[in-house]
Design a protein around this ligand. Structure first.
Ligand code: ACO
Length: 328
């Protein structure tokens, strides 16, 4: 049995936070933000609009486009670092109930910006083992809730949103997800973390209010470019797929300069590289499916086309995937 990437959906909240808005909040400028990151604006969830609500809207679209009935979904996995609740219940459980699914396996994973690639690998493994048939995977983030809007080094980067996909069992090898790489290295843990929100914090307690993200941006940037470039070169070499033959390179949307550096190292043409960081900023686990959905809705993603995904985030975690788009 193989795992096929059947459908994609996404949701972005209405409210937009522009660079001009941020100029009024911290000592920064539109010019600095755009030049250093490629970001112009990001979307922010409304008060009372939770991560699970964003995830539900993305998931509804993905399920509808898969052609499946909701009752056929047998597992829900959500990648998030901004869950509705810090420990329980999981955001995946809330999403599956809000969707009206029957009781199914549902859980969250924490791999920061690499979250979508991690849940893709989980869906693939469950399907290939024969344990599940139709897995709904969701990257959903309300990063505005864990962003310190007095810290100009981080608040200019992050936004809210969600993306979802349905991965289904198939016997047709041509439809199959080719390969997924995932990795993590805790020696870089202090580069990017929420240091005050758990039992490892100085308070040795859960303290949601002070659990804002902290980042050593410049060091993170350098490790990101080095690690991602090696990982995508490795996955292409292992699968004997030429970068030139890939229709869509859909990287995690953290910073245009990281995307450009990795794309250049692979000698990717501009028309291969999907860039949405300008309008959404960094939405962590949601960024890859949101970018993919933009491409799909613009009519640019067709059956059989090969996607190369890559991501890098807190942990540190990283990963890549080679995935043909395989709608029914
Ligand atoms: N506006 C104006 N100036 C600023 C701002 C700002 N918003 N932020 C920092 N600066 C200043 C710094 O204070 C510094 O000033 P100094 O030279 O006087 O000391 C100067 O700009 C340069 O700062 P750097 O941090 O070296 O800037 P850099 O070019 O590295 O850009 C950035 C910073 C955008 C954060 C970049 O490092 C980056 O994108 N890093 C990677 C982020 C990432 O990919 N994270 C992983 C995924 S996120 C996740 O997992 C949730």
């Amino acid at each position: 049995m193989y795992a096929a990437f059947r459908s994609i959906g996404a949701y972005v909240p209405e409210r937009i936070l522009t660079n001009a808005d941020l100029e009024k909040m911290v000592d920064t400028s539109d010019e600095w933000i755009y030049k250093r990151t490629g970001i112009k604006e990001r979307h922010i969830a409304a008060e009372g609009e939770h991560t699970s609500d964003l995830g539900v809207k993305a998931a509804e679209l993905a399920i509808e486009r898969s052609g499946l009935d909701k009752s056929e979904i047998d597992m829900v996995v959500c990648a998030t670092i901004s869950p509705d609740y810090f420990t329980m219940p999981s955001t995946a459980t809330l999403i599956s109930t809000k969707l009206g699914l029957p009781p199914v396996t549902a859980f969250d994973i924490s791999a920061a910006c690499t979250g979508f690639i991690y849940i893709l690998s989980i869906a693939k493994a469950f399907i290939e083992s024969g344990m599940k048939k139709n897995v709904l995977i969701i990257g959903a983030e309300k990063l505005s809730a864990i962003t310190d809007y007095t810290d100009r080094g981080t608040c200019i980067l992050f936004g809210d949103g969600a993306g979802a996909a349905v991965i289904s069992a198939t016997e047709n090898k041509d439809e199959a997800i080719v390969e997924v790489h995932t990795a993590a290295d805790g020696t870089y843990a202090d580069l990017l973390m929420t240091p005050n929100g758990g039992t490892g914090s100085v308070h040795d307690s859960l303290d949601a209010e002070s659990s804002f993200m902290q980042m050593k941006g410049n060091e993170t940037f350098k490790v990101a470019v080095r690690t991602l470039t090696k990982d995508v070169k490795d996955i292409l070499a292992e699968t004997k797929i030429e970068a030139d033959s890939i229709e869509h390179f859909i990287p995690h949307q953290a910073n245009y300069r990281i995307i450009k550096a990795v794309g250049d190292a692979l000698k990717m043409r501009e028309d291969q590289v999907v860039v949405t960081v300008e309008k959404y900023g960094n939405t962590s686990g949601a960024s890859i499916p949101m970018a993919m959905n933009d491409l799909y809705e613009a009519g640019g993603l067709k059956k059989g086309e090969m996607m190369l995904l890559d991501a890098f985030g807190g942990g540190l975690t990283w990963g890549s995937a080679l995935v043909p788009f395989s709608p029914k």
